[in-house]
Every structure is written in structure tokens, then in C-alpha cells.
Design a protein around this ligand. Structure first.
Ligand SMILES: [Zn+2]
Ligand SMILES: [Zn+2]
Length: 62
């Protein structure tokens, strides 16, 4: 069974720049599928589409 398995890597949260905020679960980083891409909607300025992390399709970890 082969399905496209995405590789995630931690990238610095664009909202708090690594300081830790509610959007990155206070870790300062968010898991982003590689190669990491800035959010196409805001270009890294954070918006509702990127969950305010600035990254394209960040992995939500609650
Ligand atoms: Zn953050
Ligand atoms: Zn965005």
C-alpha cells in the first residue's frame, strides 16, 4: 500500500517568531509538510487559512 506520506518538520511559528503563542501551542514551532511553504494567502503574515502560523497547511497539534 503506497500512499503519499508527507514528511513534517518543525518550522518557526511566524506569529510569535519562536516565542510561543496559542497558535503554536506555546512551542514556538509548528509542524509543516516539507518542503515548507509560507502560506499562499498571507505570505507569512498569518491569517485564518494558515491557522495564524504563517505556514501552508500546518499540522495542528492539540
Ligand atoms: Zn507561535
Ligand atoms: Zn496565512
Amino acid at each position: 500500500m503506497s500512499e503519499d506520506k508527507e514528511t513534517y518538520a518543525p518550522e518557526t511559528c511566524c506569529h510569535c517568531e519562536g516565542l510561543g503563542c496559542t497558535y503554536c501551542n506555546k512551542t514556538g514551532t509548528v509542524m509543516v509538510p516539507q518542503p515548507a511553504q509560507k502560506c499562499k494567502q498571507c505570505g507569512g503574515d498569518c491569517c485564518i487559512y494558515c491557522g495564524y502560523t504563517g505556514w501552508e497547511r500546518p499540522l495542528k497539534q492539540y
